[in-house]
Design a protein around this ligand. Structure first.
Ligand SMILES: [Zn+2]
Length: 114
């Protein structure tokens, strides 16, 4: 069966099963980024987490949790900055995306300036 990605829109046909898959992907990432054995091993052998692990645990995980909460609240796929629908293609690429691409660009630009 051919899947027509371009037709999938927020709350349209197929949206519910799409979100279910996204939820599983996000949850699996949270589990992987917060693997207790891996964290314990790094602290034991290195004295601290690697920069990569720190980023995954302390920076990325809160965003993923926020995305899970958005799913729970039925707000997944809505940009939290401009309230527009986030394109499904972006959600496939970045399952934990909380903003659309233009709002991410605005944030990056602001950070660079400030
Ligand atoms: Zn936006």
């Amino acid at each position: 069966m051919e899947e027509k990605e371009e037709i999938l829109v927020r709350n349209g046909p197929g949206w519910t099963s799409f979100v279910k898959i996204q939820k599983e992907i996000i949850q699996a990432r949270i589990d992987r980024y917060n693997d207790k054995d891996l964290i314990a091993e790094q602290i034991l052998t290195l004295g601290d987490l690697t920069p990569y692990q720190q980023r995954k645990t302390q920076v990325v995980t809160p965003f993923l949790i926020e995305a899970l909460n958005a799913i729970k609240d039925g707000k997944y796929g809505i940009c939290k900055k401009c309230s527009q629908d986030i394109p499904v293609a972006r959600l496939r690429l970045v399952p934990g995306a909380l903003t659309c691409v233009s709002c991410v660009d605005v944030l990056v630009t602001k950070n660079k300036q400030g």
